[in-house]
Design a protein around this ligand. Structure first.
Ligand SMILES: [Zn+2]
Ligand SMILES: [Zn+2]
Length: 349
């Protein structure tokens, strides 16, 4: 049987305080982070933790003193948990961080040109003031005696060993609620409306999430983060496509055939565009540098003008006459005058 007193360098009469002090000094000295790759130091660190696990627990110490305790075997995770507990580090098991949250901020396309400071309102969980986040009156868990861990003695090949696991009764919290707080109904947290100012960077992508550290739900291990999603208000003329913008330009028959000077409503103001004669439906004109800024980079994307040929549904008698003359001139065969009116009249009968 290992001599746990010798391992910690304390007498058999040592007080809990002396044992803890010796453990702290030795555990720091032999921590594997200080001796990378040193197997001997690692073994020594394990022994020190094992010794402390037994001697720091009065019940187990008494059993050990009477020679009734077999060699306990702790997993590496248990030993590091013990170390973290003594040195007051937050471990995931004992003090969970608050949950991350997601919120949406609505901006105009225009705002993405220069970026924008936006304020948003959202709800997060914060500790209940009525019970100071305790959830109500607490009592120590009778199953684990407030330690949050339970130990099971098992018979292994080389003698009895101890396995430690999270207490199933209190789920590792070490306490139970005797009386739930009426304000938070025992949850320990209440929803609170919060306001936060965020800086929307120029050209921010809608699929990108903006992280605001520390603005998530508050948990015992600290707050989670807030992730802000962008929502673009629809623009009357322009559509977004990454860093590019799309404008659908409707032109008439004569403009398409003869060419025209048109004005494109760009994000930074109107842009003149010369359409050459013979511009077809679906043709695209690219205006470089008139799109959105590249996020975090230099320059801007392009504004793409997509031509849509607009064919008139109603024509004046004069316009009809001119189009017939045009058709005759270029040899295009068209429906004879009054043909469609007669067809429609036939179906109406
Ligand atoms: Zn418990
Ligand atoms: Zn409460």
């Amino acid at each position: 049987m290992k001599d746990y007193y010798a391992i910690l360098g304390v007498s058999r009469e040592a007080t809990q305080e002396e044992i803890k002090k010796a453990y702290r000094r030795l555990a720091l000295q032999h921590h594997p982070d200080r001796h990378p790759g040193d197997k001997e130091a690692e073994e020594r660190f394990k022994e020190i933790n094992e010794a402390y696990a037994v001697l720091s627990d009065p019940e187990k110490r008494a059993q050990y003193d009477r020679g009734l305790l077999g060699t306990p075997e702790y997993s590496a995770q248990d030993l590091f948990d013990l170390f973290a507990q003594v040195f007051g580090f937050q471990t995931g098991r004992t003090a969970p961080r608050g949950e991350d949250l997601e919120a949406q901020v609505e901006v105009e396309l225009q705002d993405l040109l220069t970026g924008k400071e936006a304020e948003l309102t959202y709800t997060r969980l914060v500790p209940c003031e009525a019970c100071q986040g305790q959830g109500g009156k607490r009592v120590a868990c009778p199953t684990c005696g407030g330690r949050g861990m339970v130990e099971t003695y098992r018979q292994g090949l080389f003698g009895a060993f101890v396995s430690r696991s999270t207490c199933p009764h209190c789920k590792g919290q070490g306490h139970l609620l005797a009386e739930a707080c009426p304000t938070c109904r025992g949850r320990g947290r209440v929803p609170r409306e919060e306001r936060v100012r965020v800086r929307i960077p120029p050209g921010m992508d809608e699929n990108h999430l903006l992280r605001v550290p520390g603005y998530g739900n508050l948990g015992p291990g600290g707050p989670g983060d807030l992730y802000v999603r962008l929502s673009l208000r629809p623009h009357p003329h322009l559509e977004r496509q990454g860093v590019d913008l799309i404008y659908r330009l409707r032109i008439g028959l004569a403009q398409a055939a003869l060419g025209a000077r048109v004005e494109i409503p760009g994000l930074s103001g109107p842009i003149p565009l010369d359409l050459p004669p013979g511009t077809g439906h679906g043709e695209v004109f690219e205006l470089p540098g008139e799109g959105l800024p590249h996020p975090g980079g230099h320059g801007r994307g392009a504004l793409r003008v997509v031509v849509e040929l607009s064919v008139p549904k109603k024509l004046s008698p004069k316009a009809k006459e001119l189009l017939r003359a045009y058709a005759a001139e270029v040899g295009e065969e068209v429906a004879p005058e009054g043909f469609w009116e007669r067809v429609k009249g036939f179906f109406r009968k």
